[in-house]
Write a protein that binds this ligand. Sequence first.
Ligand code: OGA
Ligand code: MN
Length: 210
Amino acid sequence: MSGTKPFSPTPRFLPECYDEIADALVGPGFIILDNVFPESLTQGLVALIGQRESQLKRAGIGREGNYQLNDLVRGDAIQWLEAGDAAATEFLSAMDKLRQALNERLYLGLADYEAHFASYAPGAFYKKHRDAFRGKPGRKVSSVFYLNPDWDLTAGGELVLYDEAEEQELVRVAPECGRLILFLSEDFPHEVLPARHSRQSIAGWFRINA
Ligand code: OGA
Ligand code: MN
């Protein structure tokens, strides 16, 4: 991810990338795609998270019984996406088609996709964590779609993926508008670095049933 790109790739939409995504999930297990949604959809989602900002709730860690707020682990505020608003509906429908495409190619048995808006205030972070534990039902493929127009590349806020042993940094992803990252939930511990600016995204997960 260093140096200038020799050329701008031809714009491609998500359905044209299904094969490439499936191959990437087999190895190395993650893929970063830029501008694979129509610009109108991306801008619709930027506007929507702007409208929802005041409704977002501080995210917790853990589930049900041991759910807790923990400023030392994660500082984002979230709201789960629901079909209804046009942009949210279109995004969820595109991700559902991707779910079916991955099932056809990889036999993953992904049953659904859940996603939330997330907003990190300046200085907020999400410490190194895993989205899923090996062999447990639940989250199999993680996605993050970034919604930060004109993101300042010196501001921090990168997503960092680590190897399984949590020792080696594999990739650092700036949260630039229109960028989508997909990765195998069980294979990559990852963290969100603090940023000087507020940082918006949609984090989502393709899941298998228990
Ligand atoms: C998460 C997460 C990454 C990001 O919400 O679980 O890891 O870049 N988000 O926002
Ligand atoms: Mn995560």
